[in-house]
Write a protein that binds this ligand. Structure first.
Ligand SMILES: O=C(O)c1cc(C(=O)O)c2c(n1)C(=O)C(=O)c1cc(C(=O)O)[nH]c1-2
Length: 230
């Protein structure tokens, strides 16, 4: 027999508890990034590998979009693709990440080539894309709720970069500045949907599990980078 559903407040608390314990801001590589002890080579290795994640975000969002069955929901979700791809060449999050790479001394051709992306990073990103491709709408949307923790992390990261990595021009940090607002908007919308859609305890548990899986994706990405750039 199914357990009783959690109340909306209980369910929200369970969702919020997942990234509080398992978000990648606690990963030793990220901790060292914020402490200012990473070398330029380590920072560049992170930027290059994280680009693989960034360029797959609009791809996974296209899979999520295809699961939404009303114009209202699709209009809301399609904004995420525009946020990353921009509406014209030279705009959007992917372009800003390329500029971050350039500000750190990486060639954009090198970033776009995908060379040097670690196998563990490829697998982690593939895991997230496949969850959004094959999972239910509630799982795909719940997985994005790591973004509940992203705006706070962006503020700390900008502060750390401005303090410790002054060899990167401040213009390169525009990606992170934009994500403070975008991450807040994305996660607010996603949380409303997940709370609305979960009808029973099975849905609720699947949403929590999808969010935990997404934390593992981000954690594994940093594990791979940390191991390679010792
Ligand atoms: O730098 C980060 O720590 C970080 C984390 C996350 C996240 O928590 O998933 C995202 C981003 N950045 C990000 O830039 C981004 O566009 C993004 C989209 C999503 C998502 O799951 O839809 N997460 C994140």
């Amino acid at each position: 027999m199914n357990s009783r559903p959690w109340t909306a407040a209980e369910f929200e608390a369970r969702l919020r508890a997942v990234p509080e314990h398992a978000y990648h801001d606690r990963h030793p590589f990220n901790v060292r990034m914020h402490e200012g002890t990473l070398t330029p080579e380590q920072i560049r290795g992170w930027i290059l590998n994280r680009f693989h994640y960034q360029r797959h975000i609009p791809i996974k969002d296209a899979y999520v979009l295809a699961k939404l069955d009303t114009p209202e929901l699709r209009r809301m979700w399609v904004r995420r693709i525009h946020d990353h791809d921009g509406r014209r060449p030279g705009e959007g999050g992917i372009e800003r990440w390329l500029r971050l790479g350039e500000a750190a001394g990486l060639d954009r051709k090198e970033l776009l080539s995908g060379e040097g992306v670690l196998p563990g990073v490829r697998l982690a990103v593939e895991g997230y894309v496949n969850l959004c491709r094959l999972g239910s709408p509630i799982e795909a949307v719940a997985a994005s709720l790591t973004e509940l923790s992203a705006p706070g992390l962006m503020r700390t990261r900008i502060d750390a970069f401005e303090r410790h990595y002054t060899w990167i021009s401040p213009d390169g940090l525009r990606y992170f500045q934009n994500r403070i607002f975008q991450g807040g908007q994305d996660s607010g919308e996603a949380l409303t949907l997940v709370l609305q859609w979960a009808r029973d305890r099975t849905d609720q548990e699947k949403a929590v599990a999808a969010l935990a899986y997404k934390c593992d994706v981000l954690w594994s990405l940093l594990d791979a980078v940390d191991r390679e750039y010792r």
